[in-house]
Structure formats: structure tokens, C-alpha cells
Design a protein around this ligand. Structure first.
Ligand SMILES: [Fe+2]
Ligand SMILES: [Fe+2]
Length: 191
């Protein structure tokens, strides 16, 4: 599907505010892709699709996840997490996206995970730092993203986990795995 028609399809499935967020994530992702030698086309596709399921009914999302035999742990966590794997399933089944890396970038854009690919990190970071976002520390994240994806990802997952812990919210295991792996890489944890 060509980009303009795809954008119309996506716009129809969400609020104007959310669609504008999607466009800002897409622009951020394309810029980061160019400076990190990641496919700009893949970054654009993953960014355009990343929130496609955000406005679906909770029950429809649950049905899709159950039918696709998705990770059952998702059902013990807030349904806010569901739109990411559901979005990957929709991108594949309704739009014929078969590229595993694009699908994984959509699937893990909310939780992160261990062993993320460069594209997965790129989408996770772009979603968090797009120009419409505003939270304490964001300028530092933007600066890091402009310098090094790996360092930016480490700071982004730290920020996300800390945010949840501070409000006593549960943290999905994939996010913990992502966080722990970054600590191990940095060598701050001796195993
Ligand atoms: Fe999202
Ligand atoms: Fe998003």
C-alpha cells in the first residue's frame, strides 16, 4: 500500500491527537534511521503502524491476543500494554507486513525486551522522545538519542521502569529483562 493511502487508513483508526503523535514519531524515527544507518523505509512503516490498535475495544484486543496464542502474561497486566502486540498482528494480517523486524518493532514499542534490534530500539526511543512529549529529563534523552541509540535506549528503559516503580505500578517482565540487560552490558552488575 502506498504511503498516502496507508496514512489515511491509519488516521481513520485513531483520534486526531493520536494520529499527530504517530506522524511525529514517524518523522523522529526517519531522522534517527538516517543517522544510524537503519532502513528509513522500515523505520517509517514501523512508526506508522506502531499505535494502530491503540483505540480498539479492549475486548476485541483480548480476543485477537487469545486467538493468536500470545503471551498469556499480558492478561495479568494493564490493557495499555496490549495495543503493541495487537498492532503487530494487525499490521501482518490486515496490511500484509511480513518483515519480522518491523513487526517486532511494533510489538515491543511499549515494553521493550532483551536483545532488541536496532530498529526496535529506534521505534521505542522515537515514541518516547517525539517533539510532542514533555516530561522531566526528556531533553537529556533527546540529546542521547542524537548521539548514540544504545545509550539512549538504556536511559529510556531506565526512565520507563523508574516511572512505573515510582507510582507503584507493575512492570512487565520484558521491560525488566531489557533494563537488566542494559545494566549487564554497562558492567554495573557483576554476575
Ligand atoms: Fe503505543
Ligand atoms: Fe505511540
Amino acid at each position: 500500500m502506498e504511503a498516502d493511502r496507508l496514512k489515511m487508513e491509519i488516521a481513520q483508526r485513531m483520534s486526531t491527537e493520536r494520529y499527530e503523535h504517530v506522524l511525529r514519531v514517524t518523522e523522529t524515527a526517519k531522522k534517527l534511521a538516517a543517522t544510524n544507518r537503519i532502513s528509513i523505509e522500515k523505520a517509517e512503516q514501523a512508526a506508522l503502524f506502531h499505535d494502530i490498535a491503540k483505540f480498539m475495544d479492549k475486548s476485541d484486543q483480548q480476543h485477537i491476543l487469545e486467538t493468536a496464542d500470545e503471551d498469556p502474561r499480558l492478561f495479568s497486566f494493564h490493557h495499555e500494554l496490549w495495543h503493541a502486540p495487537v498492532g503487530a498482528i494487525i499490521a501482518r494480517d490486515e496490511f500484509g507486513i511480513n518483515d519480522k523486524d518491523i513487526l517486532n518493532a511494533i510489538r515491543y514499542h511499549t515494553t521493550g525486551r532483551a536483545n532488541m534490534s536496532p530498529l526496535e530500539k529506534l521505534i521505542y526511543i522515537s515514541d518516547m522522545i517525539e517533539p510532542g512529549r514533555n516530561f522531566p529529563g526528556i531533553e537529556d534523552l533527546r540529546k542521547k538519542a542524537a548521539e548514540n541509540l544504545e545509550t539512549a535506549m538504556e536511559s529510556c528503559i531506565h526512565q520507563s521502569v523508574q516511572f512505573l516503580v515510582n507510582k507503584r505500578a507493575p512492570v512487565f517482565p520484558d521491560s525488566i529483562d531489557c533494563y537488566n540487560q542494559h545494566l549487564e552490558k554497562k558492567g554495573t552488575v557483576k554476575l
